[in-house]
Ligand binder design. Structure first.
Ligand SMILES: [Zn+2]
Length: 188
C-alpha cells in the first residue's frame, strides 16, 4: 500500500510529466533511476542512441532495447526509464549472482560478526524469489517481484540481461509502438 505522502509525490510527478508532454517539446523522455547516478556511465549508450535515433531514424523502442544489450556495466549501476505520452517503461538489468531479478543488493554478508565481501552464494528458489547465503550460516530469502514486469529470457536456466517494467499505459500500446512502420516514427 502506498503511503499518503508517497501518493502525493507520485501525483505531483505525474502532473509534472503530463505538463512536460503537453508543452509539445518532447515525444519521449529518457532518464536514469539510480539515486546516486554517475552521468559518465551513460556516455556510450547515449552516443550510440543519438546516432541510431537522430541520424538513422530508428524509433526509441526499436533502438534503445537493442543498445541496452551492450550495456551491462550501465545496468549494474542504474535502470533506464523511457516515458511517453501513452506509456512508461523502466528497463532493469538482471544478473543471477550480482543483481538477481534486477534487485541491487549489497554484496556483503549482513551478519555483523562476519561482513565478508563478495563471497555470498545465490540460489534461485523460484521465479522472482532468490536465496543469499554465507559460509558463516547467515542467509536470507527474498521475493524480488516487480509488478507489471517482463524478465529477460532465461539462458541455461540463468536470468541475465534486461527486463522491463510497465510504469503506466498498456503492453498492447507498447507493442503497437514497437511494431509501428518507419514512416510513422515521428508521430508515435
Ligand atoms: Zn557471513
Amino acid at each position: 500500500m502506498h503511503s499518503r505522502k508517497g501518493e502525493d509525490r507520485l501525483l505531483r510527478l505525474n502532473t509534472y510529466i503530463a505538463e512536460l508532454f503537453h508543452s509539445g517539446f518532447f515525444n519521449y523522455i529518457i532518464g536514469f533511476k539510480s539515486q546516486d547516478f554517475v552521468p559518465h556511465t551513460s556516455t556510450t549508450l547515449l552516443t550510440k542512441f543519438t546516432q541510431k535515433h537522430f541520424i538513422e531514424c530508428f524509433s526509441v523502442l526499436r533502438s534503445l532495447p537493442s543498445l541496452l544489450k551492450e550495456e551491462e556495466e550501465l545496468g549494474s549501476h542504474t535502470s533506464v526509464i523511457v516515458l511517453s505520452q501513452t506509456f512508461g517503461l523502466s528497463y532493469f538489468w538482471c544478473h543471477d549472482t550480482i543483481c538477481p531479478y534486477g534487485d541491487k543488493i549489497p554484496l556483503q554478508c549482513l551478519d555483523p560478526t562476519c561482513n565478508v565481501i563478495q563471497k555470498l552464494r545465490f540460489k534461485n528458489v523460484k521465479t522472482w524469489v532468490y536465496k543469499r547465503s554465507c559460509k558463516c550460516g547467515w542467509s536470507i530469502v527474498k521475493d524480488a517481484t516487480i509488478p507489471n514486469a517482463v524478465l529477460p529470457k532465461a539462458v541455461n536456466g540463468q536470468i541475465k540481461g534486461w527486463g522491463n517494467e510497465l510504469l503506466y499505459g498498456t503492453r498492447a500500446r507498447v507493442e503497437e509502438v514497437q511494431q509501428a512502420p518507419k514512416e510513422t516514427y515521428d508521430t508515435i
